[in-house]
Design a protein around this ligand. Sequence first.
Ligand code: CDP
Ligand code: CDP
Ligand code: CDP
Length: 224
Amino acid sequence: KLKKISIAIDGPAGAGKSSVAKLVANRLNYLYIDTGAMYRAFTWAVMHRNIDIADEKAVQALAETLEIRLEADVELCRVYVDGQEVTNDIRMPEVSAQVSSVAALAVVREKLVQLQKEMSMAGGVILDGRDIGTVVLPKADLKIFLTASADARAKRRWLELKNRGTVESLQQIADNIQARDKMDSHRAVSPLRQAEDAVLVDNSEISLQETAEMIVKMAEEKMR
Ligand code: CDP
Ligand code: CDP
Ligand code: CDP
């Protein structure tokens, strides 16, 4: 019988983490947990309730009461905040512009990291984010640091948003990606970095399917 392992995928914005993780999860019949969606959902709630992120008490109170739920669906990870579906709203440029500031707050990270650990307890999971291999699952069986050139990442994200009907220029998207990567890698709490035992995969020149296939092969090795 194959062991149910846990897989961590970290890397910068637009590297292909969530698309690859979904493909791998489907192939292995694993649970995919989109941790970025959780930070986006928290940010959506902050904005929706007009909370000033400099107001530590208000942020703390929100972290204590907010219910963020992920629901796996075919091809998609549905996101709910206090029962309200926000799957599409959390991808809006307004949220993308704020999320890295919210994700830098220790109280927010404590709450979401704990939730992510609980969700991963049973194994048979694949998580993607920025601190999965370093903080959320330091003992994950397989750790991937997925990256691609800044140019490839911006173009891919632009195409994806264009196909969904969002009107953001390539330059606006490239700027947002660059700003988030900088904040995410330089923050004091759990900055984006490659875990020492993570495998570096650059998929600038590799398709989504090929990248997923590589990771499935590595995962199968670990399951034996
Ligand atoms: O847009 P993209 O899919 O690249 O980003 P995301 O995975 O949805 O994550 C949005 C933001 O959440 C990131 O830019 C980080 O600021 C934050 N994040 C984090 O701090 N830690 C995680 N484990 C996942 C996301
Ligand atoms: O989750 P993350 O921000 O790392 O990236 P993503 O949202 O999974 O991928 C961003 C876009 O790049 C998606 O539209 C993917 O289909 C595309 N992509 C690609 O075309 N080729 C790859 N090898 C990886 C991703
Ligand atoms: O001890 P065992 O791995 O059987 O179970 P567990 O401690 O409940 O962990 C469940 C899964 O989460 C395992 O596959 C671990 O790889 C992962 N985990 C981790 O990466 N880091 C931790 N600090 C705890 C668990």
